[in-house]
Design a protein around this ligand. Sequence first.
Ligand code: BV8
Length: 233
Amino acid sequence: MQIVILTGAGVSAESGLGTFRDQGGIWSRYRLEDVATPEGFACNPALVHTFYNARRASLRAAEPNAAHHALAELEQRHAGRCLVVTQNVDDLHTRAGSRNVLHMHGELQKACCASCGNRWRAADQMHADDACPACGALACRPDVVWFGEDVRSMDRILGSVAQADLFVLIGTSATVYPAAGLMQLARDQGAQTLELNLEASAAASVADRLLLGPATEVVPRWVAEWCRTNGLE
Ligand code: BV8
């Protein structure tokens, strides 16, 4: 049984990391166009670095929550047939112990050079006049995917979705593509579909089953139920 799990900001909400579109979310405090597009970065790199420096600081103070740990435990028990595809740029799935994780929108803890493509672990604070450690260009940026940029590992994601027997959507509003279309794709290719969310996402009509509640409650409960049902005590 191949399981593909798509997570969004809701899985990290109870770790204290903000979501984007909820009441008081990140997009109510920053204009997406200013801080999450290449155009915004070209126009004001200092503002974009300030935005991501603040998010890196929040991440340093955050710990994985019961939802991250439950998904890591599921991967352990269901050896090698469980993939987490996350829209999140935080590293909480990995820090909880998940090994099979694809960051389709990049990683906050990494930096890259827009000139030579070099990648390295980001400093806590990045600045517009940082020089690339490899080529020296003043073209350092957070290693995240902005709007209008191609998402990462899409071939691997599509291959896994095509093989999925079960697709689980957790803590995402399903409003950003191509992530938002993955549950429909999985269903079209024969997978069972499940949504675990605080509120029903825009893709909820595609879910065979919908469990509403905070991730730290519904995710561990579902993992325990799934393991019991599949003889993985
Ligand atoms: C691309 C950067 C090809 C990193 C992000 C017109 C129509 C359709 C599509 C498009 C269009 N015009 C352009 C597009 C494509 C565009 C897009 O989809 N735009 C949208 C806005 C319409 N997509 C792209 O550009 C993507 N690239 O398509 O490339 C291309 C090339 C050229 C031109 C066009 C296309 C790139 C998308 C990646 C953008 N980068 N972030 C960062 O800073 O983080 S996206 C951003 O939104 C984050 O990555 C975030 O992960 C993502 C999705 O948000 P969610 O995770 O869902 O968070 P949200 O706040 O929305 O929802 C929270 C959820 O959690 C809710 O459901 C809530 O109920 C739940 N929740 C809250 N608390 C809890 C909880 N659940 C459980 N427990 C709780 N306690």
